[in-house]
Design a protein around this ligand. Structure first.
Ligand code: PEP
Ligand code: MG
Length: 309
């Protein structure tokens, strides 16, 4: 009956052969936490912290930030919560951090680059995260957006550890980090692939520009090959490599991402049920076969077709 289905326990993400694939939620603030729990999210794979900063004329205090992060961590006792430090610039400009006059803001001082140039803002945020960790039972992981190479990874990991964080990772959004996947997985505790920006930069197609939307497609084999490079490097180094971009919310693509080596998937809570159901229809071997077919395709459209036929 419908009632029985509604009250049936929600299982953890897994393939047909029992391979575990944790399904996590993308959240933007504490307000999103109850919905994520209700959807059966096994934790948070991407907590975008921009909401605290957007529209403000200065960075929020350590105390304010500690309260906001604590609210989210508190909703997930014993569960993984991956927090992304402030991603300002390009599509998310901040008056106190970004120069409004960059000609190509997507290629400018954004993400970790902007934080590094205003390091006290980053130190305050990491301090607030360490405070929130100390006050809750969640398993906190912290990552930085737009990391381009090993040196930037080392910088961020060292600063995070200095300020008391246990697990510090890199987002893979800039293609260079996939090219250097072996170096980055050596240094970072984990990697999380942001397919929205990784696609934008791989295909040189503005994610906000409708006229190039056809190229801004995470099914593109060029993007999938970068995902595989990261997955392979993570497996070799024994480091988790998750996906937290919109691609993870597409059930057919979620299977391909797992076949390429993604160890967890994070998406908006509303997408979790469908992805969970789709993963249960394939074994890891079958997911790898589908991934191989997508990798061999010559366009995003062909990759989609190769996987569905
Ligand atoms: C991404 O780029 O895929 C991502 C998860 O970050 P955002 O969409 O916030 O840039
Ligand atoms: Mg991004």
């Amino acid at each position: 009956s419908r009632l029985a289905a509604a009250s049936a326990p929600i299982t953890d993400g897994a393939l047909a052969d029992g391979t575990k694939v944790p399904l996590l939620a993308n959240v933007g603030s504490g307000k999103d936490a109850p919905g994520a729990v209700e959807a059966g999210a096994e934790g948070v794979g991407l907590f975008r912290t921009e909401f605290l900063f957007l529209g403000a004329s200065a960075a929020p205090s350590v105390e304010e930030q500690t309260a906001a992060y604590t609210e989210v961590l508190r909703a997930f006792p014993g569960k993984k919560v991956v927090v992304r430090v402030l991603d300002a610039g390009a599509d998310k400009p901040l008056s106190f951090l970004n120069d409004a006059h960059e000609e190509n803001p997507a290629l400018g001082l954004r993400g970790i680059r902007a934080l590094r140039a205003s390091e006290q803002i980053l130190r305050d945020q990491l301090t607030a995260l360490a405070n929130a960790q100390a006050a809750t039972e969640a398993e906190l992981h912290v990552m930085a957006p737009m990391i381009a190479d090993r040196e930037e990874t080392e910088y961020f990991v060292a600063l995070g550890k200095e300020l008391g964080l246990a697990s510090v990772g890199a987002m893979a959004e800039v293609p260079s980090i996939a090219v250097l996947a072996d170096q980055v997985t050596e240094v970072a505790d984990f990697v999380s692939i942001g397919t929205n920006d990784l696609t934008q930069y791989t295909m040189a197609a503005d994610r906000q520009l409708g006229s190039v939307a056809a190229l801004q497609d995470p099914w593109h084999p060029a993007v999938l090959r970068l995902v595989k490079m990261l997955g392979d490097a993570g497996a070799a180094a024994g480091k988790p490599v998750g996906v937290c971009g919109e691609a993870a919310a597409d059930p057919a693509l979620a299977v391909v991402l797992v076949g390429l080596g993604a160890t967890s998937l994070s998406m908006s809570a509303s997408a979790i049920a469908e992805v969970r159901a789709e993963l249960l229809t394939v074994t890891l071997e079958q997911a790898k076969e589908r991934a191989a077919r997508a990798l061999a395709a010559s366009s995003a459209a062909q990759a989609r077709q190769a996987v569905s036929s």
